[in-house]
Design a protein around this ligand. Structure first.
Ligand SMILES: Nc1ncnc2c1ncn2[C@@H]1O[C@H](COP(=O)(O)OP(=O)(O)O)[C@@H](O)[C@H]1O
Ligand SMILES: [Mg+2]
Length: 344
């Protein structure tokens, strides 16, 4: 019998005891009627004793355990557990298993976070080291005599300045991402035309694009107003990052196209380039902090590896999604959605 109830156990035990006693009585020469009376009396008595014994020693003790586990689970004193069913053993077993499972999950999550934190710290210090060490090198070279050498002193100062710039953008991105992750940055949405904003971003990136011969334009047929309800400055940051990447990882004399698509409730914004492209295996990890396909190349073009992580945070803070599709050697398209605005 699986999971018998206390009453069933008491009934069975009392029945057996009384039955054995009755048979014993018969063997020892009791009359049938007397043996029957003995049977009934013993049955009632032992049932009563066994049942109460179980109540007192098992049910109450288990109820206490059950209650404390329950309170522990809820993290407070609660009246739950006062009305335990007549099957406390099973219920406690279930409760304990559930509890163990949820604790297991919590521990796994904590371990994962701990691992995450360690990796992040290792990444940060590693990223800081590179520009810091170069800076140290340039300054030492200058102090060791290059300062007086008219042919190289300017070059070393410029290199120092570049390293310093990298250091600053790294620290900026780091503080940005920590703020986003701690939920300290609130989204302040307003209605605005995303086509207009894109053109502003194009203007700001114009000279960078030009230096690589890249043309920035709005996709044919989508060059009209698209009003979205979002945090304008944050979206400017998103567009700047995506356009910046399309230039950095685009091919010389290539082009970057931004298109807008009306999707009923949302507007889909797509930033495409015809550059390097990204192979399949990298796509799922692209939005992770510090994830770069080619670290060396990214550093060379002034990347911190945090841009896409920041972009993803901002889009998700708007409760919208971002994705990427890409073919190596052909180009990449980053698409994100924003809520359509009812007002203009
Ligand atoms: N348009 C793109 N084409 C090809 N690769 C890209 C593109 N955008 C991003 N990537 C890849 O994704 C990585 C992460 O991008 P991001 O987080 O912006 O870092 P960063 O620009 O600082 O290198 C880049 O290092 C690059 O390898
Ligand atoms: Mg970037």
């Amino acid at each position: 019998m699986k999971n018998p109830k206390p009453t069933t156990i008491a009934l069975l035990l009392a029945g057996s005891i009384a039955f054995l006693a009755g048979i014993g009585g018969l063997i020892l020469g009791l009359k049938v009627l007397n043996a029957l009376a003995l049977y009934v009396a013993l049955f009632v008595l032992s049932y009563f004793i066994i049942y109460n014994f179980m109540q007192v020693f098992i049910y109450r003790k288990i109820k206490l355990i059950y209650k404390s586990i329950h309170n522990l689970k809820l993290g407070k004193d609660s009246a739950y557990g006062e009305h335990l069913s007549d099957d406390p053993v099973n219920e406690v077993e279930k409760e304990v298993t559930d509890w163990a499972k949820s604790k297991r999950r919590e521990i796994d999550e904590l371990k994962r976070m701990e691992q995450f934190r360690k990796e992040f710290l290792a990444n940060v210090s590693h990223e800081l080291k590179t520009p810091l060490f170069s800076l140290q090198g340039y300054i030492h070279t200058l102090l060791d005599g290059a300062l007086e050498d008219e042919k190289v002193n300017r070059m070393f100062l410029e290199k120092s300045s570049n390293s310093l710039e990298r250091l600053c953008s790294l620290v900026d991105d780091l503080s940005e991402i920590t703020q986003l992750e701690r939920g300290e940055i609130s989204i302040m949405p307003e209605p605005f035309d995303i086509n207009k904003l894109t053109k502003e971003v194009f203007d700001a990136m114009e000279s960078k694009a030009e230096s690589k011969g890249i043309k920035l334009h709005i996709k044919k047929g989508t060059d009209s107003s698209f009003f979205v309800f979002a945090d304008k400055e944050r979206i400017r940051q998103v567009l700047t990052n995506l356009v910046d990447n399309s230039i950095k990882y685009g091919k010389t004399n290539g082009e970057t196209t931004v298109g807008f698509y009306d999707m009923d409730e949302n507007i889909l914004i797509e930033v495409s380039d015809n550059g390097l492209g990204i192979s399949e295996e990298h796509l799922p990890r692209l939005f992770e902090r510090f994830y770069r396909i080619d670290k060396h190349r990214s550093r060379e073009v002034g990347g911190t590896g945090l841009g896409l992580a920041i972009v993803k945070h901002i889009v998700e803070a708007h409760k919208q999604i971002i994705n990427v599709r890409s073919t190596q050697g052909i180009g990449s398209t980053f698409g994100f959605t924003m809520k359509k605005s009812k007002e203009k």
